[in-house]
Design a protein around this ligand. Sequence first.
Ligand code: ADP
Ligand code: MG
Length: 555
Amino acid sequence: EVKTEKMGFEAEVSRLLHMMVHSVYSDREIFLRELISNASDACDKLRYEALTKPDLASGEFGIAITADADAKTLTIEDNGIGMDRDDLIANLGTIARSGTANFVDQLTGDSKKDMQLIGQFGVGFYSVFMVADMVHVTTKKAGDEHAWLWSSAGEGSYEIAEATKEAAGTKIVLHMKDDAKEFLERFRLQKIITTYSDHIAVPITLAINGGDKKDDDADEPKVVNEGSAIWTRPKSEITDEQYAEFYRHVGHGFDDPSVTLHYKVEGMQEYTVLLFVPTKQPMDLFDPARKNRVKLYVKRVFITDDSDDLLPGWLRFMRGVVDSQDLPLNVSREMLQNNPTLERMSKAITKRVLSEFEKLAEKDTEKFEAIWGEFGAVIKEGIYEDFERRDAILKIARFKSTGVDGWTSLADYVSRMKDKQSAIYYITGTDAEAVKRSPQLEGFRAKGIEVLLLSDAVDDFWLQMAPDFEGKPFKSITRGASELKDIAGDDKEDESEKAPEGELAKLTALMKEVFGDKIKDVRASDRLTTTAACLVADDSGMDMHMERILKAHNQ
Ligand code: ADP
Ligand code: MG
């Protein structure tokens, strides 16, 4: 007798499922792309495991798709890694991606906006419930004895029971909804597979059973995809749409890539790079784990998508594949740490990415600024943690400023500096709007001196590490007596911030008494034009915003 357990999806998943199934999703066909993508990942994983345990894999990897018009089922079967009971609960009972909670918080209840957001997040496996009202997943993990059956109607709960299955891998049977029967037709399925999954590196076969078999060989599975790894093909043979589909497969994204970088390196080292910059921020971009998602292959065998050494953390928004010819095939994930071959490759790729950004910034400023708007906050992390790249990053970095409406580069800021101005002035804060309105800026505005407006959390940190840009020091405007007068070229005797006299002296004396220890001094200043008073930091002291950050961390 088979024991069946009934379990609830995570609350968040339930909400998401409900939303997906009950909103009209225009691209329902993407469920098949998601299933094929997962099946291909599963084959990749087993191929890797089999490097050290050859017994695990038997024969060629493949994905078989079978439609049965009579039973109204669509079956997707792979001979990949499979899942055990724990995997099933962890992977199909939870949306297997960090940032879910954060994502669900952003849902508004407005189905149109939410669908866009769901599209951006990607829901992977769950998209099956757009077309199926019952889903059975029979799966056996490579090397295990037991097989499991996972079933769900996508309505808040799922069941797991023991099952029987000969070979390792996963078989997913979709019982199609009445309004989704189009996905049982050969022509339709073939079109979807070539549109979305032509780049998949394992063969995908399609067979149609039942219905009126006009096709002579209707039961014969036919290979319907190209079946070779896209990055191994010549650039000239790959369309933008194929690149975009591959990006969505490797990157688990739903947007289009904004930059596609595909090249091959030969000589001392041999490897192929196919990298993408997304258009939109991935949901897990600001996760503390700062995980890289670029997949490392060795001679077309997937090794890991979890290497911290393949690309620096400040490029973690990049997606794609790096395929090395030089690393040993049996390289373990542990061996990859501090591996000199990997290190050299990583350096070269990082350099190439930076130079692509530099070119783009020159050639297509608007496009580059859009990328900077999404990922600049991450790239700036490189200024403080990647000493070697600091200058290169400062060169492409873009900032908001009092001097321009959009973005400015540091070089452009410097070109607009006043004759007597020697520093690059900035103000930091947590809120872009508040920073823009800060009374600290008044004097600078009045005298026409440009100030960079920095409001990313990372800004205070890189400023500690980067003392200057091409010899021009960065200087916070919240610090002590500023050189406003000198720069603006006022010839009048410098009266700023000297000891107040008369009525003003009485006022400042009173203020000092009232504030006591809390302040160091009260001075008259001409840095303000409309506001009566503002707090400034001591020249030798710390920038005010930095002080607040450190206080918040009890430093
Ligand atoms: P993602 O692919 O982005 O991780 P999915 O919702 O598509 O998210 O899949 C969730 C997880 O379920 C996968 O990461 C994988 O661990 C597991 N999974 C899904 N399909 C299969 C399959 N055919 N074989 C093995 N594992 C699978
Ligand atoms: Mg997936």
